[in-house]
Write a protein that binds this ligand. Sequence first.
Ligand SMILES: Cc1ncc(COP(=O)(O)O)c(C=O)c1O
Length: 439
Amino acid sequence: MAQDLNANLDAYWMPFTANRQFKKAPRLLTRADGMYFTDDKGRQILDGIAGLWCVNAGHNRPKIVKAIQEQAAEMDFAPPFQMGHPKAFELAEKLVQLTPAGLNKVFYTNSGSESVDTALKMAIAYHRVRGEGARTRLIGRERGYHGVNFGGISVGGMVANRKMFGTMLGGVDHIRHTHDPARNAFSVGQPAHGAEFADDLEKLIALHDASTIAAVIVEPVAGSTGVLIPPQGYLQRLRQICDKHGILLIFDEVITGFGRTGNPFAAQTFGVTPDLMTVAKGLTNGCVPMGAVFATQNIYDAFMNGPEHLIEFFHGYTYSAHPLACAAALGTLETYADEGLLTRAAEMQGYFAECLHSLKGEPNVIDIRNIGLIGGVELTPLPGEPAKRAFNVFLDCWDKGLLVRTTGDTVALSPPLVIEREHIDRIIDTLRGALRRAA
Ligand SMILES: Cc1ncc(COP(=O)(O)O)c(C=O)c1O
């Protein structure tokens, strides 16, 4: 049913939004169920991006809704410092059944950005508690996105996220990104070329010396800078170089975690295990804010010394392990398990890839990239107006009842993992029409 919100849109300063454009022609969502949103005009909008890469089980899932409702009535809040509640422990035990072997400690946060800054702090502190306090440098990657906090933007490599905010963290360097359209355009799955981009790390080690470097952080699949799939052998090579030099490897799995690439985590899809792993989004199916950092036993043990009554790691948030978030996450994991969703992308990716790559040859399509249930369609920019063509495609899709996401001139897709073939067909048909109209 259509709703008249009659809202004044003035006071709300919207995040990562073209505020003036939005407020002239608002896109208001009022309900969500399964694969669809409903907007304020009562239109059904097919969700091509799982909300924001988070609603992996689709919207309005009964077990998650019930878990949150019951928890709110049972215990609304419990302090996480020097106190605990049973669901926080139960959830951690369940999570470490899903993580790659060795990542068996869970530190809770409330978002991807907090997970990233937590992991960076953990890495630096880990070396310090081991007596290698000179290892403070952090290495990120060009075109990386690690959220919006100061640590995350410092190791991140998105110019727009960095240029406005001063000098950020000191002692940060970057390896090159892996996007190489000249050799890899229209690759299906992992591109063949580019493992050698990992050797940039050796160059930075030669420049700074390994004894000053704490950690390297990368997204296994870079999402927010245009869906960049790791070249074959690239992540393996990064792992080898880190091992050789005693540097921690951090995977930021905020978008790839919880089934997006066909396994619970991209680390499993690509066969490379990091020392620290950050997650959020799909952890609670997007229903309640929550993130986490997974750490190895070795990292945890390094902190567990000194007098037992003293806090070992001076870090945490008021809302770490919030009861509502833990309940939502438990309901989410149950839903994923009931429906086999953490491996469903592996079953659907063949059809998804075939349909996605059928867009090759449509106007201005210069590259198509995919892995699991992630797709990217890169377009030639409009002359002198970068990002505008993709934005026009986004608006056109919205008009036709499809939600996609754009980053620069790439249209990104990351649908709920409950997607069926007919939804994929509709996403591709709608996008094809929009691409033609944007020509
Ligand atoms: C790889 C990655 N890291 C971190 C974040 C930040 O997460 P949040 O927006 O929950 O802070 C995102 C968000 O999209 C992400 O894609």
